[in-house]
Design a protein around this ligand. Structure first.
Ligand code: SF4
Ligand code: SF4
Length: 376
């Protein structure tokens, strides 16, 4: 298995074009993935309606380069996504992706309706409700963003496919899969169901710390490409300076024996020796996955987890409350108030708050265990 890592200094059209084409050529070239006449869905990360400079969403120039390459083969690209929050059209506009589609005369597909897709080998989910048009395409290209993620450690090519679940249906998965490792297994099932033909990660700018939305911008200046999304993500996490196989989705994939191990991946390209030291997210790691007896977990749940805490930036916009899976947030006197008895620690509020008004605070027992070195 090969993963290419190619340097790219900027988002200037020509520079990105070259980097994307170099990255794909190193793993066999576009013809290896796309054939003339194919209908191709390009799936960016369009988490919410922010400008590309925020490093939350896939940069539009990366999408432009992929559109152009697909057209050059004689195939027919479309671009589509369903943002985690916010209006679809405003997200497509603000991220710059709609403009690129218009300039390149490429359809933008609004993901609004779902239909069932089977994956009988699925560990948790054997039938996904995914965007209905998915089956209209011959090939899918996941074009993700290199970011940390408070719930999943990192988000790249695999987690990017969560956008194929339409709108607020996403919240139901958090309700059903409250343990992070269970949610990670679902992401493995989701990837196997969709199986993109090609995976590209935009790491020219990226996000560290409290990603995928409230972290800090960093500039690794790389593009990653692979036929395998798990392999691309393993290399991405490794380049970030993390224990790549310990990231929940990778760990779930390894447990299911569905992903390649890091040591078996050949990294190629002028960026293969690049190494970064991303700040880790202040991540909740579920104690429910450990040896701790269940009755202790129940007693100490609040103290053994990082809990979301609303800070003074809150303006009471209600976005978090609208998307909280168990409806644990109320807006009172223009401020979000969390009912910790209902909170399942999914961190959607932290992920989706546009005002960075949600901090994650360690519970007392968790702080103690960390202090004693028992829990890292
Ligand atoms: S925490 Fe953020 S999303 Fe929630 S109401 Fe306050 S500002 Fe809005
Ligand atoms: S309050 Fe935040 S962390 Fe808790 S369940 Fe709601 S969205 Fe998830």
């Amino acid at each position: 298995m090969k993963v290419s890592v190619v340097k790219s200094d900027s988002y200037e059209t020509k520079v990105v074009d070259k980097a994307i084409n170099d990255a794909v050529n190193l793993i066999g070239g576009w013809q290896n993935f796309i054939q003339k006449g194919d209908k191709v869905l390009i799936k960016p990360n369009m988490l919410t309606n922010v400008t590309p400079e925020k490093a939350v969403t896939t940069h539009p120039e990366v999408i432009r380069a992929v559109i152009k390459a697909v057209k050059k083969i004689g195939a027919f690209p479309s671009v589509g996504d369903s943002p985690g929050i916010s209006n679809l059209k405003s997200t497509a506009q603000k991220t710059g992706i709609l403009k690129v589609c218009e300039e390149e005369k490429t359809p933008f597909v609004y993901f609004t309706q779902s239909k069932s897709y089977s994956y009988i080998e699925g560990r948790f989910i054997k039938q996904f409700e995914l965007v209905d048009c998915l089956s209209d395409f011959d090939k899918i290209i996941s074009v993700a963003k290199m970011k940390t993620h408070v719930f999943m450690g990192v988000t790249g090519a695999v987690k990017n496919l969560f956008g194929c679940i339409v709108g607020t249906d996403k919240a139901r998965f958090h309700l059903r899969m409250q343990k992070h490792i269970d949610f990670a297994h679902v992401m493995v099932d989701l990837y196997q169901t969709i199986k993109p033909t090609l995976n590209i990660i935009d790491g020219i700018t990226a996000m560290e710390g409290q990603g995928p939305m409230s972290g800090d911008i960093v500039n690794p200046k790389i593009i990653i490409a692979s036929s395998d999304g798990f392999a691309a993500d393993l290399i991405m996490a490794d380049k970030m300076g993390f224990d790549a196989e310990a990231m929940p989705i990778a760990a779930a994939g390894i447990e299911q024996k569905r992903i390649i191990r890091l040591k078996n991946i050949e990294v190629i390209g002028d960026g293969k020796d690049e190494q970064f030291h991303f700040v880790k997210p202040h991540t909740y790691k579920s104690m429910q996955d450990t040896y701790v007896p269940k009755f202790i977990l129940k007693l100490g749940q609040n103290q053994l987890t990082s809990k979301p805490a609303i800070n003074e930036n809150c303006i009471g916009c209600g976005r978090c409350s609208h998307h909280c899976p168990p409806n644990a947030i109320s807006i009172i006197n223009k401020k979000a108030i969390i009912d910790y008895q209902k909170c399942i620690r999914c961190y959607c509020c932290q992920e989706l708050c546009p005002h960075q008004a949600v901090d994650l605070k360690d519970g007392l027992l968790l702080l103690l265990l960390k202090y004693l070195g028992i829990y890292k």
